[in-house]
Design a protein around this ligand. Structure first.
Ligand SMILES: Cc1cc2nc3c(=O)[nH]c(=O)nc-3n(C[C@H](O)[C@H](O)[C@H](O)COP(=O)(O)O)c2cc1C
Length: 196
């Protein structure tokens, strides 16, 4: 019996060593995949109302080894708020008002040390949701290259990048790119490679 218990204990140790169980260094784990250096100066910022842009943002962070920051609305968007068939829904009203600036609920982030920011969002009525305008007006992008990306049902990124660049007033803004809901990691990798 003792020999069986000892054998199981040895097996468990072998498995733990082989598969890294018990490792507490999660942050380091997420950094090992970066194809563009260690990603320590890359930040992926995104807003996502229904999870599509979030998935793309996570893939970009995985590829670049960058950090992730989610822009959350202080007042979350309900499905009624997102109803684009309703001209009185919150999202329709906000998109119709260029001056609307929905409040951000996520904690402030320091952009110090970041050289590249991928900035992701869904297309709402052909452009960036107004909460992106809140974000770009809130921070300084001095010395940072900002790369917009979006997801949409079919529309392109349109003037979203130019709109945000004008509102931000700082940073080097690259022309952005639109992805569908199933953007593959290889498509994202090729796009990222093409930026360098
Ligand atoms: C209020 C609203 C407006 C939208 N307007 C457009 C549009 O003009 N063109 C388009 O192709 N998709 C449009 N969509 C679809 C979203 O862009 C698309 O579903 C996106 O991938 C959602 O991203 P998310 O899940 O990260 O929020 C709209 C969606 C919403 C909720």
């Amino acid at each position: 019996m003792k020999r069986i218990i000892a054998f199981i204990a040895v097996l468990t140790m072998v498995f733990m060593t082989a598969f890294g169980a018990g490792s507490t260094d999660k942050k380091a784990d997420t950094k090992t995949t970066g194809a563009q250096g260690d990603g320590s100066d890359v930040l992926v910022v995104y807003f996502s109302a229904t999870g599509t842009t979030k998935k793309v943002a996570e893939k970009i962070a995985f590829i670049t080894g960058g950090d992730l920051y989610e822009i959350l609305a202080a007042e979350p968007y309900s499905s009624d708020d997102l109803n684009y068939n309703d001209r009185n829904s919150r999202s329709t009203k906000e998109q119709n008002d260029k001056k609307a600036r929905p409040q951000i609920g996520s904690e402030d982030i320091s952009l110090e040390g970041y050289k590249t920011i991928y900035l992701g969002f869904p297309i709402w009525w052909g452009e960036e949701p107004r909460i992106l305008d809140t974000f770009v007006e809130k921070y300084s992008f001095e010395g940072i290259t900002v790369i917009p990306f979006c997801t949409s049902a079919s529309s392109g990124i349109g003037r979203s990048g130019q709109n945000m660049e004008a509102l931000a007033g700082s940073g080097t803004w690259l022309s952005g790119k639109r992805f569908g809901s199933n953007a593959s990691e290889s498509a994202l990798q090729s796009w990222i490679d093409s930026l360098h």
